[in-house]
Design a protein around this ligand. Structure first.
Ligand SMILES: *Cc1c(COP(=O)(O)O)cnc(C)c1O
Length: 413
């Protein structure tokens, strides 16, 4: 992030090169292909000797501009933008996993990430080892010479588990395994992945970054901090490309072959979203903390889960890693699934919808929706309870949201 503070960094980036109209914001280059003056220029671009764009599945000026903005504020070596958060996650593992490899992770994962590990990768003989990442010994004993990554979510959704990142990154370094984290839940403004030894960050930019649920997108943020000679599949390439191997593999092969690059319209929207990221994050997470405190006093609410509450088991770790207002998502438990449904049906201002960090507050019952296709046994193993409602807090005032929750709880328990 250089020497600038975060707000300034979000807005202060030199335009790489003016378009013919000197447009102040990056235009949307809705072009599939790019023309060359000579065949030699074309050869140079296709063979990577120049940075010219050739085809928009591979790179595009508007998307590149968005990637550069994220690179500027994170200090990453490279950023690649995708069609969705899931595309970012799957492209990471398509780049580093191999038949016989294993991934050490937790059962506390976003539903599709869990399914990608447990179902999709399994078909390619990649094993997923679910363990308790808050327990160093349990994590350690699951790592072996075929572990291609330790993967975690920095605050798990919806269980709100927080791992001590200094412990897990020290273990990853000791074992020569890359630490890969889904950091969607906390904004870049308060969380610096490199400070805690994360090698690759994946983000669903659909959430905070899109600027109010404007579009679906994902990012792979590569810090080039891992020595890829330690990965069985990449070690040969790593002899030539060292720490830049992951990026080389991703940009030259995997992302081109899977064809899930972000489209320019999305990049345009999300670049604008990025500019107000801190403003929205601060307000939404402050409201979330206040709402969490008030929810605890309401009759019918059995438990409020937000790591910014001082009686939360992860409170201290969460303050240390993410500050005092750790994001705009909380969950709370009511007496039963029926009580949750009755509550949700009575909401007037808070919308019944999935997604996180829209400008509008959203409520969902995770067990019957995001985890609806899992068996009861699987949901139990993942600690997804059918008594839990998840709330994503938007830009409305605390009082407005509090009033809506109160009226929806009346005679509900
Ligand atoms: C939403 C989400 C994803 C998936 O992102 P999409 O953009 O919906 O594909 C992954 N991880 C977390 C933590 C999420 O909240």
């Amino acid at each position: 992030m250089n020497d600038l503070n975060f707000e300034d960094c979000l807005l202060n980036i030199p335009y790489p090169q003016h378009d013919i109209y000197n447009s102040l914001s990056m235009p949307v280059y809705n072009a599939a292909a790019y023309e060359f003056k000579t065949a030699a220029d074309m050869e140079a671009a296709f063979c990577g000797k120049t940075a010219d764009h050739t085809y928009s599945r591979i790179s595009n000026p508007t998307v590149h501009y968005f990637e550069e903005r994220v690179k500027h504020i994170t200090g990453a070596y490279n950023v690649t933008a995708f069609n969705s958060g899931m595309a970012a996650i799957s492209n990471v593992f398509m780049s580093i996993a191999y038949s016989g490899a294993n991934i050490v992770t937790s059962r506390h994962l976003f539903g599709n990430t869990y399914s990608f590990f447990a179902n999709t990768l399994k078909a390619f003989d990649v094993e997923v080892r679910f363990c308790d990442l808050t327990n160093e010994e349990d994590t350690r004993k699951n790592i072996d010479e075929n572990t291609c990554a330790i993967f975690l979510e920095i605050i798990t959704n919806p269980q709100m588990e927080v791992v001590d990142l200094s412990v897990i990154s020290a273990l990853a370094k000791e074992k020569n395994v890359p630490l890969i984290a889904d950091t969607t839940i906390i904004s870049f403004s308060v969380f610096k992945a490199t400070n805690v030894g994360i090698d690759i960050e994946v983000v669903s930019s659909t959430k905070y970054i899109s600027g109010g649920a404007t579009s679906v997108g994902g990012l792979i943020i590569d810090y080039a901090s891992f020595d890829w000679t330690k990965n069985k599949r990449l070690s040969e390439v790593a002899n030539d490309h060292g720490n830049y191997t992951f990026n080389f593999k991703l940009r030259k092969e995997i992302h081109r072959n899977f064809g899930a690059y972000m489209n320019p319209g999305t990049a345009h929207l999300q670049t604008i979203g990025l500019e107000t990221l801190q403003l929205r994050y601060e307000k939404q997470s402050r409201t979330c903390l206040e709402l969490a405190k008030r929810l605890k006093t309401l009759k019918g609410v059995e438990y409020v889960n937000y790591t910014g509450l001082s009686d939360n088991p992860f409170y201290e770790l969460s303050c240390l890693q993410f500050g005092e207002t750790p994001g705009a998502m909380l969950t709370f438990d009511l007496a039963s699934k029926d009580a949750c449904f009755r509550f949700m049906d009575k909401l007037k201002a808070i919308r019944r919808a999935t997604n996180l960090f829209d400008n509008k507050s959203l409520a969902i019952h995770p067990a019957s929706t995001i985890y609806g296709n899992f068996s009861q046994t699987q949901r139990d193993a993942m600690n997804v309870s059918d008594k839990t409602v998840r709330l994503s807090v938007g830009l409305e005032s605390v009082d407005f949201l509090h009033d809506d929750i109160k009226q929806a709880l009346v005679k509900n328990y």
